[in-house]
Design a protein. Structure first.
Length: 50
């Protein structure tokens, strides 16, 4: 899977979680930012996992 495909999926899941449980906002945003940062720093990491 390409990063261009994964980021919108992660954003959609994060948005749904925030709507369902607003108290998760800080955790969801933090995890999303960490994920996007890791993907940006190590773009080949996702290919290595496949």
């Amino acid at each position: 899977m390409d990063v261009i495909v994964i980021q919108p999926i992660v954003a959609l899941i994060a948005g749904i979680l925030i709507l369902v449980m607003p108290r998760l906002l800080n955790i969801v945003v933090a995890l999303y930012l960490i994920f996007v940062g890791l993907v940006g720093l190590f773009p080949n990491l996702l290919q290595a996992l496949n």
